[in-house]
Design a protein around this ligand. Structure first.
Ligand SMILES: [Fe+2]
Length: 518
């Protein structure tokens, strides 16, 4: 077929060129560059006492940065406090960024005034961050959000990030401002991949509130190297949470914000390959929950516990075993948790009010609601369970929103809202402790429906048609682990490699066969 070996060689050259031409755009779509920004991973993390201090977390390729902070009314930073901060050379390898190639910063701003809005920015010789804002804790009635499973992957999944920020705009417009976000895990697609964390630099999610994250299974993974449920080390290294959990469990911590005791626990711990048996033992965390609640008694009026695994699955009205509910509910009962939050399977579910694994009076003095956050996507929620058993309601479909908590001196109320900011489900727990929170109402919407939309709100698509509860209840099979959706993100990197390798192998085989025939 070929007149000489040179013809075969030309085929190889052309085929390889084609393979590279095919693969390069796919790699580019995966956006795998990582450490080019002046600062990365900027996030306001809580301290034990958010009234007078706040933890500012960031990374940078540079060894020294400057942080400037001031009250929110000082928009030009004319009276800002400016501090030079030395970074700590990173000692942890990420899949795409090695130790020593970045610096970690954890700067605690102290001496703050309670119940006050602040702004800050970070700069260095390469540039500066966006302006971030947070509100210090106080005792007033307030609002916080809870959401999960954004799965930032540095590439195609950026759509989840943008949909999340659009939803937050709608929440502010329809319901009002929020001071804190409780994130129920799977913040990123692959914890070990740095550019997944970097993706958040471009979002509005971390700029406008105190962020408290619990670890999700994807946050423990090095999927790009084919390993899952390994360690909390990337999660711990990428954030700066309070170090006040049980020994060796830095993904477990607590803080108090406006009279709510937040207990962040780690139900992934029993499954992590690098953990010791002591770290895997949930009894340690359950005892820690009781110890913290006892030590802080009198300083909080409500308790919110959060972890990653889901409570409701499939069409069952029973609790999912994989949440470790059968163990953890005993600790939640003992401390009097008002809400216990999870995520993971991307679909909303809510229990009835439970105590001792039984349904109890919604107006009584005991019991907790177990809530699984939906995922923020453009899908619709269809109710598949309306039960009088342990699970009261569950929605199938991708899920489109978040949960909102209004905290007042009388009660803590949870609302499920869709992406358009419409309330879908609501329950309330009456206060059962001495008052710490002041006020019977949370401040209303920051922007009325009649007001001119902000630029961000203008970009929000028309609200999708979301079925009302009870409409078109379409039973679905029990969702598998979030990996159903989650694993797709790996294709951004793996697919081009596979295609490249396949093309090279096929061409090589053809050339060998042809040359042999000659
Ligand atoms: Fe997930």
């Amino acid at each position: 077929m070929f007149k000489n070996k040179r013809s075969g060689l030309w085929i190889v050259v052309v085929a390889l060129t084609l393979a590279v031409a095919l693969a390069v755009p796919m790699f580019a779509g995966a956006a795998i560059s990582t450490n080019d920004n002046p600062v990365n991973l900027v996030m306001t993390n809580p301290t034990e006492d958010c009234k007078t201090s706040m933890m500012i977390n960031w990374h940078s390729p540079l060894a020294q940065c400057t942080i400037s902070y001031t009250t929110a009314d000082d928009t030009e930073f004319a009276n800002a406090t400016t501090v030079n901060v030395d970074g700590v050379a990173g000692t942890l390898d990420y899949f795409d960024l090695k130790a020593g190639k970045y610096y970690k910063y954890a700067y605690t701003i102290t001496g703050l005034t309670e119940d006050t809005q602040y702004i800050y920015k970070i700069s260095n010789t390469s540039g500066e961050s966006a302006v971030y804002t947070f509100k210090t804790a106080g005792t007033n009635a307030f609002r916080f959000l809870s959401m999960g499973d954004t799965h930032a992957d540095g590439g195609s999944r950026y759509t989840y990030v943008t949909q999340t920020t659009k939803m937050l705009n709608n929440v502010v417009k329809k319901i009002g401002a929020y001071d804190l976000i409780i994130f129920t895990g799977d913040y990123v697609q692959t914890g070990a991949t740095y550019n997944n964390w970097v993706q958040w630099n471009d979002s509005q999610l971390t700029t406008s509130a105190v962020m408290s994250l619990t670890i999700g299974n994807h946050d423990t993974d090095n999927r790009d190297a084919g390993s899952k449920r390994i360690s909390n080390k990337w999660f711990v290294n990428s954030l700066s949470n309070p170090v006040n959990g049980p020994d060796g469990l830095e993904s477990v911590y607590w803080f108090n914000y406006n009279g709510v005791l937040f207990l962040c626990v780690d139900t992934l711990a029993p499954e992590m390959s690098e953990f010791t048996s002591a770290q895997k033992n949930l009894a340690t965390q359950m005892q820690w929950m009781k110890d913290v609640a006892a030590a802080q008694e009198g300083k909080y009026q409500y308790i919110v516990v959060y972890q990653h695994n889901p409570y409701g699955l499939g069409s069952s009205d029973e609790m999912a075993s994989w949440s470790y509910y059968s163990q953890m509910y005993k600790a939640c009962d003992a401390i009097g948790a008002d809400f216990v939050l999870g995520g993971d399977n991307h679909e909303y579910s809510r229990s009835n009010r439970l105590y001792n694994n039984q349904v109890v009076d919604a107006e009584g003095d005991v019991g907790s609601y177990y809530v699984t956050n939906p995922m923020v996507t453009s899908g619709s929620m269809n109710r598949v369970v309306e039960g009088s058993g342990l699970i009261a309601t569950r929605y199938a479909g991708a899920g489109t929103g978040c949960t909102i908590f209004n905290v007042t001196e009388e009660s803590i109320t949870m609302q499920l809202v869709n992406q358009a900011g419409k309330v879908i489900d609501e329950v309330s727990v009456p206060s059962r402790r001495d008052a710490v929170v002041v006020g019977t109402e949370v401040a209303g919407p920051a922007v009325s429906d009649d007001a001119t939309p902000t630029p961000a709100a203008t970009a929000t698509p028309a609200p999708e048609a979301t079925p009302e509860p009870g409409d078109e209840a379409t039973p679905t099979s029990a969702p598998s682990d979030d990996n159903t959706a989650g694993d797709k993100g790996n294709n951004d990197i793996i697919l081009p490699i596979v295609i490249c390798a396949a093309v090279v192998v096929v061409v090589a085989v053809v050339v060998v066969v042809v040359l042999k025939k000659k």
